[in-house]
Design a binder for this molecule. Structure first.
Ligand code: SAM
Ligand code: SF4
Length: 334
């Protein structure tokens, strides 16, 4: 295959969506995501602003139309707004959507800059509206900043989707409240099952809550009608009659959605992971740092298309087992 051809894998799935992690660092320590004493990468291993920019342009040149910046927490990276501005200039010129996933602790400061750079929609992760539960889950008392960030996003005209990881014994009882609140704010709401990625202190199996159960519980109070809405992602959507909002469910463990996968992930060190649930990878940083970077990047992307697996391999670990994959979600950004 030659450069500039679209990215199509061996299962004839066309890759149009890149999730690019811009840092592995974070100001929270969500217990299901990383340990309190997380070891972060030495800064020199992380791609520079210029490298991230080149890499993203390389993907856009191969037909990627949607770019999501993530992390770790993307807004803790100092030159993040600069990167968003640079990438925003590609909107309408190959790139159709530029978006990010954030914990919103610093969103109040950046919402206007993001909107000005061309960001229209963001995903915000929020697992509870209860301050004590927030602190228990994220190990930081930051709910007030997150709520300020969400208000700023709304004021800046950004469309918001709230992502909530369903956690047995932690936020299980808060889920109806957070969904109703999100819908009341005009936000979409999506629930996610916890995935076995990376060592954390607690056993995830203790908090694994299948969404089939959450859905049954929600259906006792609300009318959920399956919706035709699709975002190209793994969520299935329902309209909630009583709140007038839309609810997405992402069920990687109880249901498989790999057939229609259109995405690829790159870590902050430039490792392309062909699947969130697999270890197949290609080193794009080596390509970017080689002499003819553009050609090397194209060749690396062709390789990625050859190794992308047909489906993910994870299942929730049984008690005491090591996680299915050693890397944390903060590396690949979810
Ligand atoms: N820091 C940003 C945030 O929290 O939105 C972006 C990165 S974070 C890794 C992306 C998403 O992954 C968050 O919604 C988080 O809840 C989710 N996540 C992290 N670890 C997870 C796990 N083990 N299983 C399921 N979701 C996870
Ligand atoms: Fe940080 Fe996001 Fe992981 Fe929470 S889920 S620790 S906010 S990277």
């Amino acid at each position: 295959m030659s450069a500039r051809t679209p990215l199509v894998d061996q299962f004839r799935r066309r890759i149009t969506y890149l999730r690019l992690s811009v840092t592995d660092r974070c100001d929270l320590r969500c217990a299901y995501c990383m340990p309190e004493r997380m070891t972060f990468l030495p800064r020199k291993e992380v791609l520079t602003l210029d490298e991230l920019h080149k890499l993203a342009l390389g993907f856009v040149g191969r037909g990627v139309t949607k770019l999501r910046l993530t992390g770790g927490e993307p807004l803790v990276r100092r030159d993040m707004v600069e990167l968003v501005r640079a990438l925003g200039r590609k909107l309408g010129d190959g790139l159709e959507e530029l978006t990010l996933t954030t914990n919103a602790t610093r969103l109040a400061e950046f919402a206007d800059d993001l909107a000005a750079a061309g960001v229209r929609r963001i995903n915000v992760s929020l697992d509870t509206l209860d301050r004590a539960t927030f602190e228990r889950i994220s190990r930081r008392d930051s709910l007030p900043q997150v709520l300020e960030g969400l208000a700023a996003a709304k004021a800046a005209g950004l469309a918001v989707k709230l992502n909530t990881v369903a956690l047995k014994g932690l936020n299980e009882a808060d889920i109806p409240e957070i969904v109703a609140w999100a819908h009341g704010q005009g936000f979409d709401s999506t629930l996610i099952e916890v995935m076995p990625l990376g060592e954390v202190e607690e056993d995830r199996v203790d908090h694994y809550l299948p969404l089939t159960k959450v859905r049954e519980n929600l259906e006792r109070r609300w009318t959920l009608t399956p919706s035709d809405h699709r975002t190209g992602g793994p969520a299935r959507y329902f309209d909630v009659a009583e709140t007038g909002g839309r609810l997405g469910l992402i069920t990687p463990l109880t249901e498989n959605f790999c057939e229609s996968c259109n995405r690829i992930r790159v870590t902050a060190t430039g490792q392309l992971y062909a699947c969130l649930g697999g270890s197949e990878r290609v080193d794009l940083r080596a390509a970017l740092r080689s002499e003819d970077a553009e050609a090397a990047l194209d060749a690396a992307l062709d390789m990625a298309m050859r190794i992308k697996p047909e489906r993910h391999h994870f299942a929730i670990e049984t008690r005491g087992d090591a996680p299915a994959l050693a890397r944390h979600m903060s590396m690949t950004g979810g």
